[in-house]
Design a protein around this ligand. Structure first.
Ligand code: ADP
Ligand code: ADP
Ligand code: MG
Length: 501
């Protein structure tokens, strides 16, 4: 059994820091890599050693696999942790790492290859009695054949690129009249974006929830699941808010989806941490979507409700150790919600809003966790994903987690860029979120940017009212009235919107 003494983290930002923190707790030393623009980033300062990979574009730095392997050799590194994004789902890189005598902290190259391709994944699990979205499980380029299949499964259908990811490479087709045009576009996009033109058809589930299951598996054939995460609040098919557990599952359904996820992992001889994604319809029937063969952005909510450090588990699995946790040891403690803090403008279609963090003050207190990769005064580089970090709130139950998250968002003081936090505050306090009846259409159905503009205006009013209160300590009645007025207007409006939509 190998012992890992030094890890190179082939990533940046919050995930690089998050991995290094666990490594340090295990007595493992850390090597950071960075691009020129990230020279002073927190992950670089946190590591025991740091090496510059090259210029800022990822293709000249964080994606330079050969160069990263070379750094490992020069610095006596035992293992590489890829984080998420960048090289994390690159089977060729995983293979080269192992060929160089290093440990890849992740699954085998073979598992990455199978699950990285949506069609190969569907084929691998087809023998295991896992419910799948109705559709065709092979690449299709003949329009006449596609029309026949679409008619069978019924419109609307979804054209998906087999090699797609990150919410890209999907097209909804409402009826036969637009199938040919959409298919031609999908194939050409898949070729140019993913270098692989294979597309297939799936039934488009009109009102779905996205629910996924966290998996842990060792190299000795033990596979367990760590319950589910609900990730339906999305924009551009990408998640913004995640929570664990799901508010719509009972123990029976939780067990069923967990067992299905374990089978999916076993179908590709999986080891490491992984996530099996499902789409869930209004009857709570679940269908396999895909498997992500890495640590996921939203892994923290699972850590919060299970008390398990997933990065430490990854490292132990990579060393060849057997899992010490058994399925029967696991239980759910409370409820956790994560809000992704992106430098984006919710008022303007969630377009990136790159700039300098003029003010950056994190919230604190019981049940609050902030995983981020920035500090006050830093600039958000245009070269990478605009995620500043993640705000996670845990409570004894869902209501407490929502209240705590709302309090923490109010406390989070960021200026210089717009962020997704204003949207998150709106969303978690929306009636549809509170009663659990939301699906992946939440943004389309309920979000009107004017709502958060109004909310921040009334927050301003409250601040002014507070200032007046301080000045007019003697005349408190007037102030109380004006505060109440603001609050009742706010509540009234949210209710009204929910009914209108
Ligand atoms: P998760 O799948 O972990 O819930 P995301 O879907 O946001 O979260 O993806 C995780 C990371 O991987 C993000 O940083 C995202 O930019 C990156 N990523 C995933 N797929 C792609 C892709 N096809 N192209 C570019 N980046 C991608
Ligand atoms: P990616 O690799 O980009 O993450 P996924 O297959 O996981 O692709 O799908 C991403 C998102 O797209 C899902 O979370 C869901 O919102 C939507 N989606 C995917 N497949 C379907 C479907 N068949 N019907 C409706 N929505 C879907
Ligand atoms: Mg996905």
């Amino acid at each position: 059994m190998a012992q890992i003494k030094k890890i190179l983290v082939a990533n940046r930002g919050e995930i690089a820091l998050r991995v290094m923190r666990s490594a340090k707790e295990m007595g493992v030393s850390t090597v950071a890599v960075f691009s020129e623009i990230d020279r002073n980033a927190p992950h670089v300062r946190f590591a025991d050693e740091a090496v510059c990979l090259g210029p800022s574009p990822s293709s000249e730095s964080y994606l330079k696999g050969e160069r990263i392997i070379e750094v490992c050799k020069n610095r006596n590194v035992d293992a590489i942790h890829p984080g998420y994004g960048f090289l994390s789902e690159n089977a060729d890189f995983a293979r080269k790492v192992e060929a160089a005598g290093l440990i890849f902290i992740g699954p085998s190259a073979r598992s990455i290859e199978i699950m990285g391709d949506k069609l190969a994944a569907k084929n691998a699990v087809s023998a295991y009695d896992i419910p799948m979205v109705p559709g065709i499980n092979r690449a299709i380029d003949n329009v006449t054949e596609a029309k026949k299949i679409a008619k069978e499964i019924g419109y609307p259908v979804l054209i998906k690129a087999s090699a797609g990811g990150g919410g890209k490479g999907m097209r909804v087709v409402e009826g036969e009249y637009e199938l040919q045009e959409q298919m031609e576009r999908a194939i050409s996009e898949a070729k140019s974006s993913f270098g692989n033109g294979a597309v297939f058809l799936e039934k488009f589930i009109t009102s779905p929830k996205h629910i996924e299951v966290q998996i842990l598996a060792d190299q000795h054939g033990n596979t367990i699941h760590l319950f589910e995460r609900e990730c339906s609040i999305q924009r551009r098919h990408q998640k913004v808010i995640e929570e664990a557990p799901s508010s719509v599952f009972d123990d029976k359904r939780r067990q069923l989806i967990g067992e299905a996820a374990v089978k999916v992992a076993q179908a590709c001889d999986y080891y490491g941490t992984g996530t099996v994604e499902f789409i869930v319809n209004e009857n709570l029937d679940f269908f396999f979507l895909e498997m992500n063969t890495r640590l996921q952005v939203e892994h923290c909510v699972t850590e919060e409700i299970t008390g398990i450090d997933l990065v430490k588990e990854q490292i132990k699995i990579a060393e060849g150790k057997a899992l010490e946790i058994k399925q029967s040891d696991l239980s759910i403690r409370g409820h956790a919600i994560e809000c992704r803090v992106y430098a984006e403008n919710p008022d303007d279609n969630f377009l990136p809003d790159i700039g300098t963090l003029n003010t950056y003050k994190r919230p604190q207190g019981l049940g609050i966790r902030v995983d981020d990769g920035f500090e006050e005064g830093m600039q958000i580089p245009i070269f990478y994903d605009p995620m500043i970090g993640k705000l996670i709130a845990t409570g004894k139950d869902r209501n407490e987690a929502i209240a705590r998250m709302t309090r923490a968002i109010d406390e989070f003081n960021i200026s210089g860029v717009q962020t997704t936090l204003s949207f998150c505050k709106f969303a978690i306090n929306h009636e549809a979120f509170i009663n659990g009846s939301f699906d992946t259409n939440f943004v389309k159905h309920f979000f009107n940017p004017d709502d958060i503009k109004m909310a921040s205006e009334s927050q301003e009013e409250e601040k002014i009212a507070g200032a007046i209160a301080l000045m007019l300590l003697t005349d408190s009645t007037t102030v109380k009235e004006s505060k109440l007025d603001t609050q009742s207007r706010n509540n009234g409006k949210w209710k009204q919107r929910a009914y209108l939509d």
